[in-house]
Design a protein around this ligand. Structure first.
Ligand code: C2E
Ligand code: CA
Ligand code: CA
Length: 753
């Protein structure tokens, strides 16, 4: 029996030593105080082992010293450990000093035992047939017991109080140590009072040490974790459902209960199937996004499924999370709507319309489509006159009308401020309906009634692979052809328009080199006086194109007027005219043409002045032809320009007089020298007498104002005679000469000096 106890105690000693080393190396909280306690437990356990196994008095006595002094060390370590473990501190420094002093005094008095024999002695008894030296306690031993028991009890009380004050989940942490200490204390007490020869209570201390080791450093409060996880799970927004391996729901958090409407977990699986459809739990089929229609509207859920398997990959259970994404979904839908719809009219934005049309064209490759471009005429005026709010209202009315009248299956949207775009599949397209849509559109609000003028350009999609924006460009191109035609509201794009556009682009890109290489040059047309003598010429532009041959100005002048290149061309023509004049040693003049557009792109007066100075030309020999349309725009400013030209010595001719909207009345304010009467009037004289009357009156008026009159387009002798009789001063026309190259003109009309 003694041997068995000795073996157990030895084993405990080793275990304590190992644990002490582990604790020493550990970086965990409290590890150092645990190591100290375990280390302190080793000496008394060894002392106890010596007492149990020795058969000599001397060795037994040494064992007793190690044991008692070791117990003091244990008490010191126990105090340190308890303070750390229970998170306590000394009530005061004095108490701390008092307690430690008692331990020191106890140690000293025990060490003094060999001198005074006041603490203990041993007596020989026989145990299990061998000698055993049993302790005989004296006063000193009683003091030792009071000190150690006192500390032991104080520690017990500390643990007890801690145990009572902490939340239930931490209870275990303290109760285990507390009850082990109670048990060990009782065991020890039992030994002391029963005077049983062999003290086995050290086994209790050893076990206590190991428990402390485990609980301080390795124990995880399982219930605490459980509670915490449950708490986290409950507070999550997602509904969570935990299932066991056979698909029974074992737990659901609060949102889960709210979703299924049942507190009974067993019912949850059924309820979920009711909402999301029947599915096997571990199938993985749950993980998905679901749209559920409920009484409260459409709900969007994201379902996620997580299965848990053990180390052998056997299904232990799974949990399902259900996230309500309705709000995010609706926000997303709102955002998409805002990004794709125009805020004023609620129609598609240009970009979105183009995308949708692209999709439609790609998905219905066999169907023909019509692309329509709708434009509100004078919308700016509408805004200016009736206010922006009325303008907005008009746009909303148009949008509403589109929603009502556009056939189902067509796409439409707002392209820009006052333009709308549509795409209609050919089977649904109706040209009359398109016409109806834009003609007679009356908007009324409060006391304002306004009939809108709208135009529509339509492109029948012949090349579906084209960019949608190009299709709309074509529809727009068709629309542009309506300009000024009040009866026409709808125009269709045809291939000629495209050819025209390509032609325009081609010529525009070639202008620069054409000017440089002299492809663009003046032809001269003679101007004669009443006696038929040539007095000057008009310089008319010609393009001798290397590929297309002879091009008349009608083929390129309007293009350059549109894109502003006309200024470059005219500047070139004026220079050519001056160059010709420089070589002429006579009084002949040359009339040059000035496009109304030139005024937008350059300072015409400064330019002309610069050129005549450069070539050393008398300004009066360079006559300047300005059309009456120029005078119509920005009247004041133009009159200043004319005055300025006259001051510089140029002669100003008003070209194409009568062809525009000018009134005869305007003439008297015009600082011009010559009126070029448009050939239209001469043509009209052939049909009726009224033409002759008009012509006569124009001539008289011109003469009365002291201006010279020039009639263009004289083709016959009869016309010449008639105009002479009417008092016309100058004449130009095929009757005298067609426009001809400069050298031919010179050869025909005068011999070079
Ligand atoms: P315009 O300034 O009114 O020029 C007179 C046009 O009438 C010329 O046509 C001329 O060839 C034509 N013409 C002259 N006599 C007769 C006739 O007896 N019968 C008929 N049927 N026609 C006659 P063209 O040369 O084709 O020029 C057309 C227009 O191009 C010019 O009209 C002018 O507006 C513009 N243009 C010509 N050269 C220039 C230029 O250098 N610069 C600018 N900006 N425009 C020019
Ligand atoms: Ca002219
Ligand atoms: Ca003319």
């Amino acid at each position: 029996m003694r041997n068995l106890i000795a073996i157990v105690v030895l084993a405990l000693t080793l275990a304590l030593a190992v644990c002490a080393i582990i604790a020493r190396r550990s970086r965990k909280t409290n590890a150092s105080s645990v190591a100290l306690l375990l280390g302190a437990l080793i000496p008394p356990v060894i002392g106890n082992l010596i007492i149990i196994s020795s058969t000599s008095k001397g060795l037994s006595t040494v064992g007793c010293y190690i044991y008692f002094l070791g117990m003091d060390l244990v008490m010191f370590a126990l105090l340190e450990f308890t303070l750390k473990y229970c998170d306590l501190s000394w009530p005061s420094k004095t108490v701390q000093r008092l307690v430690y002093s008692l331990l020191v005094i106890d140690g000293i008095q025990l060490l003094c035992n060999p001198l005074f024999h006041h603490a203990f002695d041993t007596e020989l008894i026989m145990v299990d047939g061998a000698a055993y030296y049993r302790l005989i306690p004296y006063f000193g031993q009683s003091f030792h017991r009071v000190v150690d028991y006192g500390i032991f009890f104080a520690v017990l009380i500390a643990f007890f109080l801690k145990m009572r004050s902490v939340p239930r989940v931490y209870y275990e942490r303290y109760s285990v140590i507390f009850f082990t200490m109670v048990f060990t204390g009782l065991w020890e007490t039992y030994y002391i009072f029963s005077r049983t020869p062999i003290d086995r209570s050290m086994i209790g201390f050893g076990v206590f040490g190991l428990l402390v080791f485990y609980f301080s450093l390795y124990y995880r409060p399982v219930r605490l974790l459980e509670r915490m996880l449950a708490n986290i799970a409950s507070q999550m927004q997602e509904a969570l459902f935990f299932f066991d391996a056979v698909g029974r729901c074992v737990w659901a958090n609060r949102p889960g209960i709210a979703l299924t409407g049942t507190r009974d977990y067993e019912q949850c699986a059924e309820a979920l199937k009711g909402i999301f459809g029947d599915m096997a739990i571990e199938s993985g089929e749950w993980a998905s996004r679901r749209v559920v229609n409920t009484n409260g509207g459409t709900k969007y859920y994201a379902l996620e499924e997580h299965t848990m398997t053990d180390s052998k990959n056997r299904l232990m259970g799974m949990f399902l999370s259900v996230r309500d994404e309705t709000e995010q979904q609706l926000a997303l839908q709102r955002e998409i709507y805002n990004a794709t719809h125009d805020s004023l009219t609620g129609l598609y934005t240009r970009e979105h319309l183009f995308d949708r049309i692209r999709e439609a064209l790609d998905s219905a490759k066999d169907t023909h489509h019509f692309i329509c471009y709708l434009d509100v005429k004078d919308f700016k005026m509408l805004n200016d006159v009736f206010g922006k709010s009325f303008g907005d209202y008009v746009l909303q009315c148009i949008a509403q009308s589109l929603r009502e009248h556009m056939p189902n299956g067509s796409l439409f949207g707002r392209l820009s401020g006052d333009t709308f775009g549509m795409c209609i599949p050919a089977p649904l397209f109706n040209a009359d309906a398109a016409r109806m849509l834009v003609s007679d559109f009356t908007v009324q609000r409060d006391n304002i009634t306004h009939t809108l003028l709208m135009h529509q350009g339509i492109y029948e999609v012949a090349e579906p692979e084209l960019d949608v924006s190009v299709m709309f460009d074509r529809a727009h191109m068709a629309l542009m052809t309506i300009k000024g035609d009040y009866k026409r509201h709808v125009a269709f794009y045809d291939a000629r328009m495209r050819e025209q556009m390509l032609w325009d682009q081609q010529l525009s890109s070639q202008l620069e080199s054409a000017l440089r290489e002299g492809q663009i040059c003046p032809y001269l047309q003679a101007i004669v006086d009443r006696s038929g003598t040539v007095v000057g010429a008009e310089a008319l532009v010609r393009w001798i194109h290397p590929v297309h041959g002879f091009l008349s100005p009608a083929m390129f002048v309007p293009i350059f007027e549109r894109n502003g290149m006309i200024a470059d061309m005219d500047r070139h023509m004026w220079r050519c005219a001056c160059e010709i004049l420089r070589t002429w040693h006579n009084d002949l003049f040359i009339s040059i043409n000035i496009s109304p557009k030139d005024f937008y792109f350059m300072d015409v007066v400064a330019e002309l002045q610069k050129i005549v100075e450069e070539y050393g030309i008398e300004p009066s020999r360079l006559r300047v032809e300005i059309t009456e349309t120029v005078m119509m725009q920005d009247n004041e400013n133009r009159i200043d320009i004319l005055n300025h030209l006259k001051q510089l010595g140029f002669l100003v001719e008003m070209d194409d007089f009568g062809s525009g909207y000018s009134s005869l009345n305007m003439l008297k304010d015009m600082p011009v020298d010559v009126i070029k009467i448009d050939m239209l009037f001469l043509r009209q004289t052939q049909q009726d007498d009224r033409g002759q009357t008009i012509l006569l009156n124009m001539m008289n008026l011109t003469n009365d104002l002291g201006l010279s009159s020039l009639t263009e387009g004289v083709e016959t002798e009869a016309q010449f005679n008639m105009l002479q009789a009417m008092g016309c001063k100058l004449f130009q026309g095929y009757y005298f000469s067609k426009p001809v190259p400069v050298d031919q003109f010179e050869k025909t009309f005068f011999i070079q000096a």
